[in-house]
Each structure stands twice: as structure tokens, then as C-alpha cells.
Ligand binder design. Structure first.
Ligand code: MG
Length: 152
């Protein structure tokens, strides 16, 4: 369980890195709203890592910091970015479900409670990524950019 949570902390930090890299891409495309949205998303991912970090600390688990993988740095378009975002979040959902499976097999009730929050969060993450991806397919980028600028 401990090993799996350590892996998840690393993956959440990677997610933050991944979205920061996307933010850099959008800045270079002069899509400031998209860039802002990605920065906020990165902050949220750091929050996910910290949530697990605190959980481990509270339970006296051993936290081991490992290398964070470098994210991709180039994308073809906003659509390409959000296709990758959705794919990434689906992968994270798989990891969270796997984590829940381990918690259940070890009969670790505390861990199950902590992971439950992430199960709900992942449903939201996938929904949001899917919504923006659909918006990109159907509407003008500038219009969406204005809306995404408002995320705080
Ligand atoms: Mg996350």
C-alpha cells in the first residue's frame, strides 16, 4: 500500500509538471486563457500530491521522493493538448482504481476512505477534460480562451 501511494504521489507531481508544460505551450500560442487554466490545473495536481503526502505523514508512512518524469513539450494544437489531457486523466483514474483495489485487498479501511476522495475527483477530471475537448471541436478557440481565463 505504502509503495503504491508513493507511486501515486509521484504521478500527481508528474501531472502538475505535465499541465505546466501545456501551459507553456499555450503561452507560446498566445492563448492566455488556456495557459491560465493549465496553471490552475497544475496547482490542483500539486494539491492532490500534498493530500496523499499528508495522509502518509499522518499514518506514519515512509514517503520516498523519486525522479519526476519529464513531460512532453510540444503539441500540434489545442485539440491535441486536450486529447492528451483526457488520455492522461483516464490513465490516472486507472491508477486510482488500482490503488483502491490494493487498499481493499489489504483490508486497509483508512486508505479506502482516503482514496474514495480521489475516485470522485477523477470522475470530475475526466468530465472537465471531455467538455473542453468537445468545446474545442465545436467552438472558436478565442471564445473558449476568454472563459478559461476566468479560472482562479
Ligand atoms: Mg490528480
Amino acid at each position: 500500500m505504502q509503495e503504491a501511494i508513493n507511486r501515486q504521489i509521484n504521478r500527481e507531481l508528474y501531472s502538475a509538471y505535465f499541465y505546466l508544460s501545456m501551459s507553456v505551450y499555450f503561452e507560446s500560442e498566445k492563448l492566455k486563457g488556456f495557459a491560465n487554466w493549465m496553471r490552475m490545473q497544475a496547482r490542483e495536481e500539486t494539491g492532490h500530491a500534498m493530500r496523499l503526502f499528508s495522509y502518509m505523514a499522518e499514518r506514519g508512512g515512509r514517503i520516498i521522493m523519486q525522479d519526476i518524469e519529464a513531460p512532453p513539450i510540444e503539441w500540434d494544437s489545442a485539440r491535441d493538448v486536450f486529447e492528451h489531457t483526457l488520455k492522461h486523466e483516464k490513465k490516472v483514474t486507472e491508477m486510482i482504481n488500482n490503488l483502491m483495489g490494493i487498499a481493499k485487498s489489504e483490508n486497509d479501511i483508512e486508505a479506502q476512505k482516503a482514496i474514495e476522495w480521489f475516485v470522485n475527483e477523477q470522475a470530475e477530471e475526466e468530465e472537465t477534460a471531455e467538455k473542453i475537448l468537445n468545446d474545442i471541436k465545436e467552438r472558436g478557440l478565442q471564445e473558449i480562451d476568454k472563459e478559461l481565463a476566468e479560472r482562479k
